[in-house]
Write a protein that binds this ligand. Structure first.
Ligand SMILES: Cc1ncc(COP(=O)(O)O)c(C=O)c1O
Length: 432
């Protein structure tokens, strides 16, 4: 049987969700307070010093830049493309080992995506870009998948050719490469505050404009999301929190009932059944003031999270050292994605076996990415990409982010080690 595209069945009780995204108490409070105030005040009066507050926080991370806050990371990409006049007749290079939101952003503006292969560090190489570049190439998107960085030579080469470098740090918000923060290495940077990201802010994104791009920044003219749109996001968030609560705390019989009434989703076990069947265009909006306040609140934990994630990464590395058939993706010196804590298996099939064992232990897992050029709707934008076709079968991400405690982390790490023993013994009955 081919396990490559399968997820194991969900844990009966999810002890460790793979996406533990949480809004801190400030987020809930702000929203409720603001909704209450809105009954008595105009939106205008509500606009306080938030822009300045957010500016100070961002200045500490990406100094001397301009920022456009959007309703999502995908919107941020679209805003950047439009600002630089990228559209029909232009080509944009990105790797095939990527999130569908990235290719959809390219397609939204009518440009042609060109999917290139990854190297053994999951990012594009100069050689693969050179093979794909044409006269129509206007931009290259760096994605720092799993926190790895693209070769400096690539950035320098693209600059010399006048190709725009879009530094998408949605997957690497906490990374520094040669003392430059991801998101700040290209001509324009992108961030995401979506539900799978370490700084979750009911979704949202940001375009970071370097100071020499002031005129491009000033040309942005789009509408702002409404309070109702933000409230809808909040309701969606509360629904997902309830679902997680139900799957981790309520008895199994109640799950069946909740699924029957559509309160709990029925999750698919095969990634092929969940592939996108159409391009999901983005219509970008600017973040509204309340959304910005929530983001500012979440960002206050930046330093603390950065440190915690780095420590967790070291712990995972040292705990898995003894397993010869897996390694941890990322490098302590160079950095790590901190968005996903990802294991790399030597043998295809072991990913599924390990995930199944972990599920049995209450640990949820996920894997990214199924290469874009293998998805029927994007197949025409890429040819054969042998590295991506090999590596996607070998990665598995595990829940290793805060708020997990040290005890949680050692339990999860020990389960990973045990799963590999079970795999090599092939004698366990738990995943027979
Ligand atoms: C590299 C990258 N860029 C952009 C996005 C889009 O971000 P969002 O989900 O906020 O639209 C994602 C989504 O995960 C991503 O992985």
């Amino acid at each position: 049987m081919n396990f490559d595209t399968l997820y194991p069945h969900m844990p009966k009780k999810i002890r460790y969700p793979v996406y533990p995204f949480k809004l801190d108490r400030g987020g809930h409070g702000l929203l409720i307070r603001d909704l209450a105030k809105r009954l008595f005040m105009s939106q205008k009066k509500l606009e306080c010093a938030i822009d300045e507050k957010l500016l100070i926080l961002f200045e500490g991370i990406f100094p001397s830049a301009r920022y456009t806050f959007t309703d999502s990371g995908k919107s941020a990409l679209v805003v950047a493309f439009r600002a630089f006049g990228i559209g029909e007749s232009d080509e944009v290079i990105l790797t095939t080992f990527n999130c569908p939101a990235v290719i959809d952003a390219v397609l939204t503006v009518g440009a042609t995506p060109v999917l290139v292969d990854i190297n053994e560090r999951f990012v594009m190489s100069l050689a693969s870009v050179k093979r794909s570049v044409t006269k129509r190439t206007r931009a290259i998107i760096l994605t720092h998948t799993y926190g790895f960085s693209e070769d400096d030579q690539l950035v320098n080469w693209a600059r010399s050719k006048g190709i725009l470098m879009i530094d998408d740090a949605a997957q690497a918000l906490f990374n520094n490469v040669n003392n430059v923060r991801c998101g700040f290495a290209g001509d324009v940077g992108i961030l995401s505050f979506g539900s799978t990201k370490p700084i979750f802010s009911l979704g949202g994104g940001c375009v970071i404009w370097k100071s020499d791009r002031d005129s491009v920044y000033s040309s942005i003219n789009i509408s702002t999301e409404s309070l109702d749109q933000l409230t809808q996001r909040y309701t969606g968030y509360l629904r997902e929190r309830f679902q997680l609560f139900a799957m981790s705390e309520l008895p199994e019989w109640s799950h069946v009932l909740l699924k029957k009434f559509g309160i709990l989703p029925t999750l698919l076990n095969d990634k092929l059944d969940a592939l996108p069947d159409r391009v999901d265009n983005a219509e970008p909006l600017l973040m509204n003031q309340l959304h910005k306040q929530i983001l500012a609140n979440q960002l206050k934990q930046f330093k603390q999270k950065e440190e915690a994630l780095a420590l967790n990464f070291k712990l995972l590395k040292s705990s898995i050292e003894t397993c010869c058939d897996i390694s941890v993706v990322g490098d302590i010196v160079e950095g790590h994605g901190y968005n996903y804590f990802t294991l790399l298996f030597k043998h295809s099939g072991d990913r599924y076996r390990c995930a199944k064992y972990l599920s049995f232990k209450g640990i949820q897992t996920c894997w990214n990415y199924y290469p874009l050029h293998l998805m029927p709707i994007y197949a025409r934008f890429g040819k054969e990409n042998p590295n991506a076709e090999k590596l996607w079968k070998l990665v598995l991400s595990i829940p290793f982010k805060p708020p997990n405690t040290a005890d949680d982390l050692s339990y999860i790490a020990s389960c990973v080690v045990q799963s590999m023993r079970e795999v090599s013994n092939e004698s366990s009955s738990v995943y027979g």
